[in-house]
Design a protein around this ligand. Structure first.
Ligand code: ZN
Length: 256
């Protein structure tokens, strides 16, 4: 039996306040819609945090008890404090899972963990998106058929400036002809990262069942299994070593 785990859904929560069209689709914010279907899925305790809270709602205490952090940001990536990004990165390296959605491809935390540009082609138009399931045995693809479609979405196209994924789960095709690696995983340190493309704010994408199922699966897959702080310890030998005449002159703290 799996133990209950803790999820924090982080939302930028700016479009919803500025654009009535977005507010109509997500009256309580995209983060609350995402948190809502995760709660319904069960097996997890779900909290939310937003950019305009002190420390963006991501204090050391919050992150310490978070097993998976879900991230949606877009227009205010630059407003996320570097100190908070460093704190999140440290937790991922220790084992916390991270699920990055849609325009989070340009979030400071995603770029910091992947180390590449994370840039892509994009178009806000009348495209339909067809997501092909190219890894049907992966837990993140559970319950998803060969493919599913989102009637209207923003287009993201290749080349996507990411390191080659550890696992590629979905490839999207758009009406305009482009393709995109829209579901991909990496491991950084002890933490699992899942990127999932859909979720432009002016479309009701996070109300669609298939999209919800993938995010639920992704959160379950990314759940922290360990919590291993980075200590870089000086290490005594386990077995007797040959006599070392200079041993007392060597430092025992830190490394050279
Ligand atoms: Zn978008």
């Amino acid at each position: 039996m799996q133990t209950i785990f803790h999820v924090t859904v982080w939302g930028e929560f700016r479009h919803e306040k500025k654009n009535p069209k977005v507010a109509e689709i997500y009256p309580r914010g995209m983060h609350e819609t995402i948190a809502g279907f995760l709660r319904e899925a069960g097996g997890m305790i779900v909290s939310t945090a937003v950019l305009d809270e002190p420390e963006h709602g991501l204090t050391a205490e919050v992150l310490e008890k978070t097993d998976v952090l879900v991230w949606w940001g877009h227009m205010a990536h630059g407003d996320v404090a570097d100190e908070v990004v460093a704190r999140v990165k440290k937790r991922v390296l220790e084992g916390m899972g991270l699920v990055v959605l849609h325009s989070g491809h340009y979030a400071k935390i995603f770029k910091a963990l992947l180390g590449t540009t994370c840039s892509l082609k994009w178009r806000e138009s009348t495209d339909k998106e067809r997501l092909w399931n190219v890894f049907p045995s992966h837990p993140i693809a559970e319950g998803v058929g060969d493919y599913f479609e989102i009637p209207a979405e923003e287009m993201y196209g290749e080349p996507f400036g990411i390191p080659t994924p550890d696992e590629l789960i979905f490839i999207s095709w758009f009406t305009g002809g482009e393709v995109f690696r829209s579901g991909a995983t990496w491991t950084r340190g002890h933490g699992r990262i899942f990127y999932f493309r859909p979720g432009h704010e002016t479309y009701p994408t996070y109300h669609q069942k298939e999209v919800q199922q993938v995010i639920i699966n992704g959160v379950r897959w990314a759940r922290a299994r360990v919590n291993i702080p980075d200590t870089c310890p000086n290490s005594p030998a386990l077995e007797p070593l040959p006599e070392d005449p200079e041993a007392s002159a060597r430092p025992t703290i830190g490394h050279t």
